[in-house]
Design a protein around this ligand. Structure first.
Ligand code: ADP
Length: 372
């Protein structure tokens, strides 16, 4: 006798909507349901589920990330579903509402939520300050922390290269979203200018750009923000100290006495600005030969310990000279990801694990006239 197959149970569209709504926007770091980005959802008898996702911008670079996350969310409710996703764009009103939701109704800046902020500085260029910052950021993110990296080296930016990304950040009604790579939220002038294009901004524009990186970038809730400063004690460094008074200095030097001398100037500047110093990182330290165990002090010895002594802080790490670090930088994959078992990756992870939390001393600081 001919028997009709039992019809599949109807799909619970509300449950699908709830699951899709919980998908987190990869750059805004909030559920897309709360952001008004989930449009119509339909389901037919054959198990086809259609979902409309409204993106912040038609050229959203994260379409494929959305596609896979939304598909997974639908299948968490209907495991056998075929999923068809149609991408649209938020209309002007929805964009405005979303911007207000993220920034607040005023035109004031987006509050920066980052209980730990470190300004990574060096006396001169080429000592590996950006390399240390990038790897420290990834190692902190690997601990499960929400990490932001602000490339404040506006002329000599290297964050796009070190992380292997070069695309414009998504922007929405005056709000910029950091570009995420290797688990770190990044912002750099390098994302805003064309490849190999020189940055010719002058002092006031640079100050403005930094201010915008802090007030118009929706970093989301961060646990740690690292700021990769330009080398030396120039205007940008001073601007940043002013804009982010809660930052602690992390000084990077090579073992060379000359590098240590110039780095100590940065330490003195921090002291003058009453900025606490979190510690010293010595980079390009003695490399130990894997085969014979001999160490080669290619860039001299002792600079990190002397600087730490002078600043009255701890020498937090000695990162060896390692060809893998240079290769990783050239390839755009930080060495803690590219060669996680290498000695240098191990050093970066222990630097991240032991990074002290320091508070700015209020001794001797003028008292605020009013307390909010
Ligand atoms: P800075 O930010 O101080 O100007 P970078 O981080 O750009 O310096 O590093 C300068 C160069 O040195 C880069 O090519 C980088 O790959 C390389 N480098 C940095 N640290 C090391 C290291 N520990 N071993 C080998 N090469 C390194």
């Amino acid at each position: 006798m001919f028997r009709r197959a039992a019809a599949p149970p109807p799909i619970d569209v509300d449950a699908v909507r709830a699951a899709v709504g919980r998908v987190e926007d990869p750059e805004i770091h909030r559920p897309i349901g709360d952001l008004g980005m989930v449009g119509a959802i339909g389901a037919d008898r054959n198990g086809l589920v259609t979902v409309e996702i409204r993106l912040t911008t038609p050229s959203c670079p994260l379409r494929e990330t959305f596609r896979s996350q939304v598909t997974a969310a639908v299948r968490s409710v209907v495991p056998t579903a075929s999923v068809d996703i149609a991408f649209g764009v938020l209309d002007d009103r929805a964009r405005r509402d979303l911007a207000i939701q993220l920034r607040g109704p005023e035109t004031s800046g987006i509050p920066l939520v980052a209980p730990r902020i470190y300004a990574v500085a060096s006396g001169k260029g080429g000592v590996g300050k950006s390399t240390v910052t990038a790897n420290l950021a990834v190692a902190l993110a690997d601990q499960g922390l929400a990490v932001g990296l602000l490339d404040a080296d506006v002329w000599g930016y290297s964050v796009p290269q070190l992380f292997g990304v070069r695309r414009a950040p998504v922007a929405l009604n005056g709000i910029m979203f950091p570009v995420e790579a290797h688990g770190v939220r990044l912002m750099s002038t390098g994302f805003l200018v064309g490849e190999d294009e020189p940055v010719i901004w002058r002092g006031p524009m640079l100050h403005k750009a930094l201010e915008q990186f802090l007030s118009d970038v929706h970093w989301g809730e961060l646990d740690v923000l690292l700021m990769d400063l330009p080398p030396g004690t120039g205007d940008i460094t001073l601007s940043l100290l002013e804009l982010v008074p809660s930052a602690a200095l992390l000084a990077v030097t090579t073992p060379q006495p000359a590098a240590r001398t110039v780095a100590s100037r940065v330490g003195r500047m921090a002291r003058d600005a009453r900025m606490p110093v979190a510690g010293v990182v010595e980079n390009m330290s003695t490399a130990t030969c894997q085969a014979c165990g001999n160490g080669t002090p290619l860039f001299g010895e002792g600079g990190g310990a002397q600087l730490a002594d002078e600043l009255g802080v701890a020498l937090l790490a000695q990162i060896p000279v390692d060809i893998a670090i240079r290769e990783a930088g050239d390839e755009g994959v930080p060495v803690v990801r590219r060669n996680p078992t290498s000695g240098s990756a191990h050093e970066f992870r222990s630097l991240a694990a032991g990074l002290p939390t320091v508070r700015r001393s209020i001794v001797g600081m003028p008292l605020p006239l009013s307390v909010a």
